[in-house]
Write a protein that binds this ligand. Structure first.
Ligand code: ATP
Ligand code: MG
Length: 381
């Protein structure tokens, strides 16, 4: 038996002339997520359908649950285009609702095939009556229904019950590509996910300080990149060694400035990588005042040497909100593994809290880090 899923496009339907572009990206991403699952994609009249053998349902649903750019999706019944067949399918859907403990419902109907003998109002009445006749314990409530049965009359009749919520946003690849500064922490994977949900494809860079940081720390970043890549197909991770740069900072900079200067060097290096790759911006997991290096003054220092925009989707979010997303997307458990990244080992006991970008620039120049950055960056592409 083949199972069919119907996808609801949400925000995509607003895209007017660009709609084709968005649909093409959606299809490509969906194909990538469904790879190896045995499912196939089918698009008709602006509607996406996914067909799969019953044995592939779990994999297919997992992929649909990770696809950016859909408002929702539902397993659908396909019926002949007769009032009797449509009613019978609605009753079956009503049975599913009733057996899952739902006691109120409504029917929604759309008809693009105007040759169907009933209009959408008549379909709602006919199907609603049939369902309540069969299950007197189910009551119609159009305002706050426990369940919704949807009917779409197109080239075939589709009948589906409670839709699952999609990831929403826009298909990855429709908003250019950005370079994510991916640490092993909780925040940056979430930042990448959030930009992907606005349609941005991702590259990622991870700065390590081997042998001061363990190989495990890099494996953790690789695992995180893998998880974020499940939402952002095509994500590529570039690990970059920052050992020489950290050593230089230790040698030449005041202890209290270390973290800011390290961030400046990271941005500097990331910008070079991004420009080489054609990435249009940097993405970081900073959240205002979460730690000393993320006060607004220090953020100004951090970005003072680069010109590419730095997107910080978490800037106004609280830690609990960020953690909730990390748990939802499956990065949290990996992020809290104990392997430390370079920053933790490097953090001064009394960091500068409100750095001045001019002073930061002078200290940064004194590092003469240019050649070291060239070298670090050259080794990673
Ligand atoms: P995270 O949880 O993402 O590590 P954080 O709260 O620990 O964030 P910081 O350590 O101050 O914050 O880092 C701020 C941002 O700088 C990170 O969100 C990330 O984008 C970037 N960053 C920090 N360390 C690294 C690293 N080793 N490699 C790449 N990017 C990094
Ligand atoms: Mg960190």
């Amino acid at each position: 038996m083949t199972t069919t899923y119907l996808l609801k496009l949400g925000e995509l339907t607003l895209k007017g002339g660009n709609r084709r572009l968005f649909e093409t990206a959606l299809r490509k991403n969906l194909a990538s997520l469904l790879k190896g699952s045995g499912a196939s994609i089918d698009m008709r009249d602006g509607r996406f359908f996914v067909h799969c053998p019953e044995s592939a349902q779990a994999k297919t649903e997992d992929a649909l649950g990770r696809l950016m750019g859909i408002a929702g999706w539902a397993k659908t019944r396909i019926a002949n285009k007769t009032p009797q067949a449509v009613t019978a399918a609605c009753v079956e859907e009503g049975r599913r609702l009733y057996e899952s403990g739902i006691r109120t419902f409504k029917i929604e109907a759309r008809r693009t095939d105007k040759s169907f003998p009933l209009d959408s109002y008549q379909i709602r009445c006919m199907a609603g009556e049939a369902v309540t006749r069969e299950f007197p314990g189910l009551r119609v409530d159009v305002h706050k229904p426990g369940g919704v049965i949807e009917v779409e009359i197109r080239e075939k009749a589709y009948i589906f019950g409670n839709s699952r919520r999609g990831r929403r946003g826009l298909p990855v690849g429709t908003a250019g590509r950005g370079l994510l500064l991916l640490s092993g922490g909780i925040d940056s994977p979430v930042a990448g996910y959030m930009m992907a949900s606005r349609g941005m494809a991702l590259d990622a860079v991870y700065f390590h300080a081997y042998p001061y940081t363990s190989e495990k720390a890099q494996e953790k970043a690789e695992l995180l990149a893998g998880i974020v890549g499940r939402y952002a197909p095509g994500l590529r991770l570039f690990p970059v060694s920052f050992t020489a740069i950290q050593t230089r900072i230790k040698e030449r900079a005041p202890v209290s400035w270390r973290t800011i200067l390290l961030r400046m060097a990271m941005m500097d290096c990331a910008e070079k990588l991004a420009l080489g790759r054609g990435d249009k911006c940097l993405i970081s997991g900073e959240s205002l005042s979460q730690v000393a290096s993320q006060t607004i003054e220090n953020i100004s220092c951090t970005q003072s040497r680069i010109t590419l925009p730095v997107l910080r989707p978490l800037i106004g979010m609280n830690k609990e909100e960020i953690i909730a997303i990390a748990q939802d997307i499956g990065t949290y458990e990996t992020s809290i593994l104990p392997y430390q990244d370079c920053c933790v080992l490097f953090t001064p006991p009394h960091p500068v809290l409100r750095g001045n970008p001019v002073e930061a620039g002078t200290l940064y120049d004194a590092l003469e880090a240019g050649p070291l950055i060239e070298e670090a960056f050259g080794g990673c592409v």
